[in-house]
Design a protein around this ligand. Structure first.
Ligand code: NAD
Length: 489
């Protein structure tokens, strides 16, 4: 069926050494809101990665010797060009990923623009260290240099947003890169490639090789001339990347999954907490690594919370992502939708109560979206802590709500999973908020808010949620090699 429609399909090409190059084989890419194949993505492997590594190595001497200011100006230009085409990028991201057009317009693409502007600025402000040893007649200082060719591998949930969060710091620091977006969401990366020349990015500085993790991703991870890999994706893939890169002792940055708790004390301001926690559970169909999926509510307010939370969740409209009044779009794939549904069925089989959403409420879809991968925001109560729904990352519009009694107990239960990415704490008691935040095993803790980010500060997870951090200083350190130099006079 794909061949018959091939004329109408969008066909992507790899971007290597400043040129678009076709590939010998392709993968089908689906529009999640209709279930149709609408795009073909290069199925790159070793050969394509080899060509990209060569281009990136060739470009490195010139790019790395440019001043930070020159690179900064190019990054700013690229930001302007993406911003100029913001609407086209947002439409493409929504169609390719299934996310709502509103989310793509207000979150994904503006953040991609901001990623370039942010690192264009921050690269100008780093200072290295210096110490003196007068008794020895010595000064010590550090110098930082770009590492070389960076491999950047990103997932499907926030496609351009997360890819540019890696490309921007990598090239700002003077590295050249090979980016491998998810094979399920490659279109906006390809659109960005069309702007690179105009922005003044020299050929070979940014190469994009499309394809699967197993072929293109592994070829990049195993390539001896790619000394650093920045990866965002699942914990399982990160384990594989760690194994495959071990023979080369590569530098790895791993941003992985989460099973993020929200802890809601009985003095929380529910008028703020409820809409924010609905949003933190269901934004982008729950397909954000930072989404809340375990909500612990202090027993005194548990029943009131549940009632108001379910009523608020029911307000979220699921349907055609290109309709600006829609809150919940389509999930990424048919397989993923099935996987998410299976969790709800397992919870039911274990005796949990599904209060709204999947299997409980009717899902009415427009005629054009009947074959799309939709699911209603689903709230589950009375789930046991050891249930897979409370332990594993579901990565869909499903959230579990359970009661707790004491601070001590909730800290232990919140920490009782293998992940440690993000947590939210709701309370008006300042002392308690600090105490709990300090004891949570979590790379990020938001109190009385969610997803408020300052890109200057470290982002990343502990335990199975990752290794390393990203941010102004952290990305600079990751994407540069430091040297300590001692001068005796
Ligand atoms: P995934 O691990 O399946 O894929 C991520 C990327 O890795 C894709 O580009 C994929 O093609 C590639 N890949 C797969 N196998 C590979 C291999 N063997 N070698 C090299 N590359 C390989 O993850 P996904 O399903 O695309 O994304 C969802 C996951 O990402 C969730 O677990 C989510 O929590 C996580 N995530 C984390 C963050 C964060 O910042 N911590 C942000 C967003 C998403």
């Amino acid at each position: 069926p794909t061949m018959a429609h091939s004329k109408a399909l969008l066909v992507l090409e790899n971007f290597i050494g400043g040129r678009f190059v076709p590939c010998s084989s392709y993968i089908d890419s689906y529009n999640p809101s209709t279930g149709d194949v609408y795009c073909r993505v290069p199925d790159s492997g070793k050969e394509e990665v080899e060509a990209a590594v060569k281009a990136a190595k060739d470009a490195f001497p010139i790019w790395s010797s440019k001043s930070p200011l020159e690179r900064s100006q190019i990054l700013n230009k690229l930001a302007d060009l993406i911003e100029h085409d913001l609407e086209a990028f947002a439409q493409a991201e929504s169609k390719d990923q299934g996310k709502t057009i509103t989310f793509a317009r207000t979150v994904d693409i503006p953040r991609a623009v901001h990623n370039f502007r942010f690192f264009a600025s921050s690269i100008l402000h780093h200072v290295t260290e210096c110490t003196e040893m007068p008794a020895m007649g010595c000064v010590h200082y550090t110098s930082r240099a770009p590492v070389g060719v960076a491999g950047l591998i990103s997932p499907w949930n926030l496609p351009l947003y997360l890819l540019t969060w890696k490309i921007a710091p990598a090239i700002a620091c003077g590295n050249t890169v090979i980016a491998k977006p998810s094979e399920m969401t490659s279109v906006t990366a390809w659109m960005m490639c069309k702007l690179l020349e105009k922005a003044g990015v020299p050929p070979g500085v940014v190469n994009v090789v499309f394809g699967t993790g197993a072929r293109a991703g592994e070829a990049l991870v195993c390539h001896p001339d790619v000394p650093l890999i920045s990866f965002t994706g699942s914990t399982r893939t990160a384990q594989r990347i760690t194994e495959r890169s071990a023979p080369h002792c590569k530098r790895l940055s791993l941003e992985l999954g989460g099973k993020n708790p929200a802890i809601i004390f009985d003095d929380a301001d529910l008028s703020q907490c409820i809409p924010t926690t609905v949003r933190s559970s269901f934004a982008n169909q729950g397909e954000i690594c930072l989404c809340t999926s375990r909500i612990f509510v202090q027993r005194e307010i548990y029943s009131e919370f549940l009632k108001r939370f379910v009523a608020e969740a029911k307000k979220w409209k699921t349907g055609n992502p290109s309709d600006p009044t829609i809150d919940v779009g389509a999930l990424i794939s048919k397989e993923h939708l099935e996987k998410v549904r299976t969790y709800v069925k397992k919870a039911q089989a274990e005796g949990a109560r599904v209060l709204c959403g999947e299997g409980v409420d009717p899902l009415a879809l427009p005629p054009g979206n009947q074959k799309g991968y939709f699911m209603l925001p689903t709230v589950i109560a009375e789930v046991k802590d050891e249930s897979c729904c409370m332990q594993e990352e579901i990565f869909g519009p499903v959230t579990c709500v359970v009661p707790f009694d004491t601070e001590e107990e909730v800290i232990r239960r919140a920490n009782g999973v293998k992940y440690g990415l993000a947590a939210t704490v709701w309370s008006r008691n300042v002392g308690r908020v600090h105490r709990v935040a300090h004891r949570l095993q979590s790379g990020l803790v938001w109190t009385n808010c969610w997803l408020v980010r300052d890109l200057n500060l470290p982002f990343g997870g502990m335990k199975a949620s990752g290794i390393g951090r990203e941010g102004a200083k952290d990305s600079y350190e990751f994407f540069t090699e430091v040297k300590t130099i001692t001068i005796k006079h």
